[in-house]
Design a binder for this molecule. Sequence first.
Ligand code: VG1
Ligand code: CO
Length: 544
Amino acid sequence: MTRILKIETTPIQGQKPGTSGLRKKVKTFKEPHYLENFVQSIFNAVGGMEGATLILGGDGRYYNREAIQIILRMAAANGVDRVVVGQGGLLSTPAASCLIRKRKAKGGIILSASHNPGGPEEDFGIKYNSDNGGPAPETITNAIYAESQNIREYRVTDTADIELSEIAEFTIGAMTVEIVDPVKDYRKLMKTLFNFKKIKKLFKNGFRLRFDAMHAITGPYAQDILERKLGAPKGTVINATPLEDFGGHHPDPNPVHARDLFDVMFGPDAPDMGAASDGDGDRNIVLGRGIYVAPSDSLAVLAANAHLAPGYENGLAGVARSMPTSCAVDRVAAEVGMPCFETPTGWKFFGNLLDAGKATLCGEESAGTGSDHVREKDGLWAVLLWLNILAERQESIQEIMKAHWRTYGRNFYSRHDYEAVDSTAAGNLMATLEAKLSSLPGQCFEGETIKSADNFAYNDPIDGSSSTAQGIRILFESDARVVFRLSGTGTEGATLRVYLERYVSDPVEFDTETQVALERIITAADQIAGIRSHTGRSEPDVIS
Ligand code: VG1
Ligand code: CO
């Protein structure tokens, strides 16, 4: 007989979801009641789970399995009817989104701290997605936080752990636990969007891809789809086994953490294409032989060419990008005559536009692109769309990029991250900058005159909600731009992100190295915000 235990608890400070869920050190999540308080707060915030279907899975990082067992017991005690769990407790973020939609679930819980490192000393995370498959909007994340500040009790059954390793069905009290193949439904969806035959032929004709799964969740998905279904040679997917600590690395596909891939792609005998994804499989980077495709450029190229893939052959309704993402995609939208929306950072802000059919493709500078096929960014999807485009155009990635810049001009773009900065110092930098925003227009730095300066606020055109203080943006008369934001995903001190952009239309400049092309803007950014003096740093930790 299953017993439901009502455990008394008290609110725990700091359970406020950030840009993408709640992320803390594993040690924090393991503290008594920590995970339970937050999960019960989710259930309370969404009006209870009685009779609901819930999707559950994670990126396989340390503490994934334990957390799943706890959440299963809590789900049963909260009246959930059915939980669909990825085999081994694994589900990539886009696959979880796909399942929520397919199963018409009330929502999903995704266990991941995405690109943050994993292991006993590192990070864990938990995120709730709504019935549209997308990250819960701010109304819900705010309600979860409010619940966490008032919680007095959570519910859990007294049952044993469930076996997660086999595809099977179990029960906990009245609740069914269904263990499913984490890849199957996702693969089916990809088949409806892309021309698998053409991509297969591409590989058959000798096209060489190197996909670095970074010992994270995408490994099983990429091996299944790229190697087994599309015929890419065995070994195309490297670091394919998900590991609890990602092999000791950050599963963040950027030039620092995916260094090996960059070395191969810029080295002798490089393959035709390089790609990598992150911890939970929603990010992607793409490289060609001797060229890195900046994620903002990737979004623009995909927007300009998506119609070459069957899933998008009727064109796009519109596109959307986060505010700090470069304006390259805006130029494509203007040319095609489709709307281009600018949202705050974080995928949750795209959900309404996608649901309303206003945008088909969305993207962020942080290596995230996706479409209305799910409600998350999707790393492998982006790689497949690139492959479909390459199969149709029969040109190299270099050639495609150069042709794109010739048509639209080039938005040189880079993000400088200053990590684990003292939180007070970072706060002071932002406050000082904010205080002088109104005096900045007209001032000149490094030959660049400031046209406007503000802290970005967003009014959602669909539900009318508003979100303020989403990043300070400085626009120059030349259309160059600097944006300053503090990260909402870090777990140590503050991370200052400085986003730099400069538009160039003269083809003579297209081959300039990005940091060189942005030199004046980089210097101007420091003069305007006093990055060095506030943070005490002379160099960013990560340049992407
Ligand atoms: C970062 C990125 C943002 C992304 C978020 C979640 O947020 O900048 O674009 O949506 O991570 O991505 P922040 O607040 O640290 O800048 V993922 O792949 O880590 O879920
Ligand atoms: Co991610």
